[in-house]
Structure formats: structure tokens, C-alpha cells
Ligand binder design. Sequence first.
Ligand code: ISE
Length: 335
Amino acid sequence: MELKIGVIGIGAMGRDHVERINERVNGANVTAISDINKDVATAYAKEINATFFENAEDLIASEDVDAVLVTSWDPTHEGYVLETIKHNKHVFCEKPLALESSGCTNIVNAEVEKNKRFVQVGFMRRYDRGYEEIKRELQTGSLGETLLVHCTHRNEYVDESYNTPMAVENTAVHEVDALRWLLEEDFVTAEVRLPKKQTTRTHPDLHDPQLILLETESGTVIDLEVFVNCQFGYDINCKVVCEQGEIGLTNPTYYSVKTERKDSTRVPSDWKERFISAYDRELQLWIDGVKQDHITGPSAWDGYMASVTTNACSEARDSGKIVDIKFESKPELYK
Ligand code: ISE
């Protein structure tokens, strides 16, 4: 039986997932969509043969929707996720689960009350072959203790609606989750350094680039450069320095071009291109899990941990201080 999915928010990421569900992964169809942009959404619903709901709450409640995918504006995530849990339906929510950690706590509490996991958060990097293989290699212990991690998260450019806090909440949040999963440790401190000079490509509300420093429980130190107007493409790097060696991501490319005494490989244009296989696997496994009423991907607790950490980074940036990161204790449901 095909799972009937309702999608809330059909911006670029929402449409990318609709296409993925209808055309690339198995076992599900998008039957309903909702978006604040009524005209565009009505036309799109017609195109994909889905029902348009003006009110997202009606979509969530509809009998024609078995599970919900939330790809709407970040501040609306918490409300839609809570509403879906109320209806005992599974919900896949793009990151961040909520902007503030208190919003994530509300979601965690709603699941704990029902003693069941309904939520999966869109931390797709856990499904990327490169990260998966690094994790497997680190687990063997053959490289010895992990000491340092160097990361870059670069976007080609961002528009004027993207501001300084988003560099942490919307962008660095991917590394925050991926590294916690990779190293199997939580973070204890956060610091953010802003270089004296910014790129001239930025605007008054965005400090770009930023350097985030995190320390884990065991003392591994991470430096993460977030540079969202780097101009040359979407560039994700992660190098883990261990006592007996170094392990890092390579850019997944399938060809190189040699011409005019240059040998070049393509830099992806954005995350949809760079992580396409990870997104496909992520949604396929989510759909399979929902069908079995047992999901195993990034949980509401992971969303909470990411949010506490990004909130600490924002505090560190604004205060110029090293901030301690403090968490609630993990509920039994997520152990
Ligand atoms: C975007 O929402 C993403 O998820 C991308 O992975 C990230 O690189 C970008 O900065 C975000 O805005």
C-alpha cells in the first residue's frame, strides 16, 4: 500500500522532496499540500495531482494523509510538528526542529507523554556515504584517539533575508548534528569568532564568514568555518585528525575536465546537488519506517540537542565569551 504524504511548505526544499517521493523513492505518494502562497500552491497541487489545503491543520487531520512532511518557514516547524503528534501521525521535519531549544523540549515532551517516537528530523548528512564511512572507520579504532576536527560549510551565496543568527541555526546546525553523531559525544562549550574583515559580498545584517569552535565531552576540539557567500559553490569539508592519521570527506564527483593546462572537477551548486543521494536514502528509510510504525532516523531528542548547541553558539557570538552547553537528561524513550 502506498503511504499518503501531506507536505506543508512547497518552497525549493518542499518541491525537491515532493519530486523525490513521487518519482525516486518507493512506497509513497504526495496526496496533499499546503502553503501560505495560495495561488502558487493551488497550481502546483493540480500539477502533481494532490489536494491543496489552505489550512495546514486541516491537511494534518485529513484522512487522505497518513504522514506529514514539514518544509515550511523555520519558525512554523514546532506548531505543525506538535499538531501532527496530536493526531498520532508520523512527521518528518526539516531542520531546525524548532528555533529555540524550549520549542524542541515541547516536542520531546509530547512524544514522551505518548511514549512513542513520531518525529524524524531532516539531518540528511547521517545518510551521506562519506560521513557514514568516516564513522565506520572511527569506530574500528584503527586511527587511535580523535583529537581535532576541521570543517568548512560554504554556500555560494545567500540572499538578503539570510542574517547572522541563521549562519548558526540554519547552516552550522548540520555539522552540530553530524559531528555529535559521528563522534558519539555531546558538546560542552561553544565559542564564535568573527574575523575583523567581512566579505564585501555580504550585507549589514550578516556577518560573513564566522568561525565556530566547539569542544566535546572528551576534549576533542572542532573548528567550523561558516562562509555563506564564498562565491565558488557549495563546499563541505570535514577532516578528523586522530593520533595515528587523518580521515576526511572527498567531494563526490564522477568526472574531471582537462583543458588549457588545467585539470578541474565540479564544485556542486548547492546542498540539493551535493547531498542528493543522502536525501533519497533518508526519505526512503523514513517511508519504510513509517510503514512499519517504527522510525529510527534522527529523533526529536537529536533536534533538541542540536538546538541547545546552536543557541549556545548564538549566545557565544553575541557575548564574545566561551559558553557552557547544558542539557536536560535524556528521556528513556530515546535511549
Ligand atoms: C540550508 O537550509 C541547508 O540546509 C543547507 O545545507 C545549508 O548549507 C544552507 O546554508 C541552509 O540555508
